[in-house]
Each structure stands twice: as structure tokens, then as C-alpha cells.
Design a protein around this ligand. Structure first.
Ligand code: F0G
Length: 357
């Protein structure tokens, strides 16, 4: 093939040298990774920061950070001869698994908590042809069932308990160090099952070891107040939050999150649904960035720390994990839409916009 036509994007192309891939690993890609790092225009000062940057993981092929790890997990499953993949999910993992499975001709089974998955995410799993099992239970119960089923049958489990997921997701830390020329002072991230904070921490530590960064950031994780087991120090049996992506009461990578926090001198704190929605609104209305509620949790956390006078300058990166389009119902539920009806005429539109005297 013409060299110019070979993929230059994709986690398995750009980052093979830091991933557990071999010559036998299929180089799967949907163009994941290389997501934009954009500077906040207005929110930095409100947070008490000199610089705030957003890592737009919403720009991945299925609209969330999951694609970075899923491409590695699915490629390794193919390499091992798997015919099917399975995951439990609050929605984004299932969308990503379904996409990469479709791409690679694998069957895909997803276990989701009934009635608690945002509409766009389910639409993705349907479009990609996954078999969807709506379980009567929450994510934690679905994950336990997923582990039991995959242990018994020859199906690859592609939740973040699969180490290849963490490996793929760590590449976002490499990209941040590459773009900024070093690690930031603070990395702010929403925490659900805690795979992503674990992956970023591994990525930053490896960047320092390889000389891509001179230091590591402090890791600031944020859970929703109704689903904050790590903050409380005990599992939450019935987690609740508007941020359904992080509605998790017993995270699988709990210890990884604790290590990231403690080794980095960071913190893991809770934000309320009201704080999440306030940050969700500010991101959209002051920065032009539409995320799903879970992603806004880390910005809500930085705003709360800033308001409490706990941030004294420095450079922070906030990981915006999922696209707002995944959850079209939340804006309609929380905002009064600014809509007027008018005839399709010059006069009608002038009147509707108040441009006619
Ligand atoms: N943000 C979004 C948009 C997510 O979908 C998730 C997790 C997180 C943050 C938290 O990441 O679990 O690694 O701590 N979603 C999983 C799923 C649980 O099934 O899609 P985490």
C-alpha cells in the first residue's frame, strides 16, 4: 500500500512501543486517541488556576475514552483466538466494545443496568449489533455476573479488570506530556470503576521513567456524592447520581485509585449532582464544550476546590471523558429551552428575534 495511505492515527500505531503488543497482534483501529487538548478560556480563573486544559476524550470514535483501552483489549482477544467479547457497563464501555467487535467480526454481549443507561449509549450498542442484556440490578452486580459468565465460557471479558484496557487508556497521559512538554501540576478526572485514574497514573509514572516528563501530576479524582465509595471508605450498596456513567458503588480498581491518590499527593473527593450540573452548564455556555454529566464531575471538583481557596495557581488538565450527545435527555430535563415558533418569512423571523421595531 502507498505509505501515505497507512494509518498514522490509532493507539496501536502511535503507541505500540509502550503497549503489550507483538508482531502477532492485529493492528485494529477506528482512529482512536490523539484527542484535542484545548485551553479553557474562562474557567481557569474561577478555579484559582493559572492554566486549565481540557483533554477532549469525547472526540474518540464512539465518543468516550473507552476506545483507547478497548482497541487494545479487542486486538489482544483476537490474537488469543477469541470469538466473542462481553462486558458489564454503565453505557460507554458497551458502546465501545460493540463498535470494535463489529469492526473485527466478533460477537459482543453487554450487560447494562436496566433503565439507567443514557439513550445515546444504548443506541450505539443497538446500531453496532450487540446482544444487550438489561439486568435487574446495578453496575456492580452486572460486573459480578460478567466475571462469572466469562470465567465459565470462552468469552473475553473487556471490562477494565482486563489489564489490556488499562494499558490502552494510559496512552492519554503520554499524549498530554507530549503536547505540554511535561506533566501538568494537576490531573483532574471523574472516578467510577476507577480504571481510568489507575491508567493515567500508570501512564504518567511511565512518562517520567522514559524521560517524557520530569515529574508526575497530583491526581485529583472526583466521585458523585451519591456514589462515592472511595471517599466514604466503604462500598455503597445503592449508588445514585444523575451522572449515570459513574453510578458505581464498589469500584473494581479501588486500590489503583488509592495508589494514584497517595503516591501523587493527590485527593479523591465527592461532588453533588447540583455541582455536577453547574459545571456541565458552565462547560457548555462559557467554553462551548458539551459533555455528559459524569465528565463534568471533575470540573465541578476543581470549581469547588477553587471556591474554597484550596488551589493556588498552577496548570491543571481536566479529562472530559464522554460526549454530551450520548445523553440527550439531561439538557431537556434541566434547562428551559430558548425556543420560539415563527413563520418562515423575513417578517416572522424578525419578530421572533425581536429585530422588528
Ligand atoms: N466518565 C465516563 C463518561 C464514563 O463512562 C466512565 C465509566 C467514567 C467517567 C469513569 O471511569 O470507571 O474508569 O473510573 N464508565 C464505565 C462504563 C463504567 O461502563 O462505561 P472509570
Amino acid at each position: 500500500m502507498n505509505a501515505a495511505l497507512l494509518p498514522t492515527r490509532g493507539v496501536l500505531f502511535r503507541w505500540a512501543h509502550v503497549l503489550p503488543v507483538t508482531d502477532a497482534t492485529p493492528r485494529v483501529t477506528l482512529g482512536e486517541g490523539d484527542t484535542p487538548l484545548v485551553r479553557a478560556e474562562r474557567l481557569a480563573a474561577r478555579c484559582g488556576l493559572d492554566e486549565l486544559w481540557f483533554k477532549l476524550e469525547s472526540c474518540n470514535p464512539t465518543g468516550s475514552f473507552k476506545d483507547r483501552g478497548m482497541v487494545v483489549a479487542v486486538a489482544k482477544a483476537l490474537e488469543a483466538g477469541a470469538r466473542a467479547v462481553l462486558c458489564a457497563s454503565t453505557g460507554n464501555t458497551s458502546a465501545s466494545a460493540a463498535a470494535y467487535a463489529a469492526r473485527c467480526g466478533l460477537a459482543c454481549y453487554v450487560l447494562v443496568p436496566e433503565g439507567k443507561v443514557a439513550a445515546g449509549k444504548l443506541a450505539q450498542a443497538v446500531a453496532f449489533g450487540a446482544r444487550i442484556v438489561e439486568v435487574r440490578g446495578n453496575f456492580d452486580e452486572a460486573l459480578a455476573a460478567a466475571r462469572a459468565v466469562t470465567e465459565r465460557h470462552g468469552i473475553a471479558l473487556v471490562n477494565s479488570v482486563n489489564p489490556h484496557r488499562i494499558e490502552g487508556q494510559k496512552t492519554a497521559a503520554f499524549e498530554i506530556c507530549e503536547t505540554l512538554g511535561d506533566a501538568p501540576d494537576i490531573l483532574a478526572i471523574p472516578v467510577g470503576n476507577a480504571g481510568n485514574i489507575t491508567a493515567y497514573w500508570r501512564g504518567f509514572v511511565e512518562c517520567r521513567e522514559r524521560g517524557y516528563a520530569s515529574r508526575c501530576p497530583r491526581m485529583f479524582g472526583f466521585q458523585a456524592a451519591g456514589a462515592a465509595p472511595i471517599v466514604l471508605g466503604r462500598p455503597v450498596e445503592n449508588p445514585t447520581t444523575i451522572a449515570t456513567a459513574i453510578r458505581i458503588g464498589n469500584p473494581a480498581s479501588w486500590q489503583g485509585a488509592i495508589r494514584a491518590r497517595d503516591e501523587s499527593g493527590g485527593l479523591i473527593e465527592a461532588v453533588t449532582d447540583d455541582q455536577i450540573l453547574a459545571a456541565y452548564r458552565l462547560l457548555a455556555r462559557e467554553e462551548g464544550i458539551f459533555v455528559e454529566p459524569a465528565s463534568a464531575a471533575c470540573v465541578a471538583g476543581l470549581l469547588a476546590l477553587g471556591e474554597a481557596g484550596r488551589l493556588r495557581g498552577g496548570r491543571a488538565v481536566a479529562v472530559l471523558t464522554g460526549n454530551g450527545l450520548k445523553d440527550p435527555d439531561t439538557p431537556r430535563a434541566v434547562y428551559q429551552a430558548d425556543v420560539v415558533r415563527a413563520p418562515a418569512t423575513l417578517e416572522g423571523v424578525e419578530r421572533a428575534l425581536g429585530l422588528r421595531g
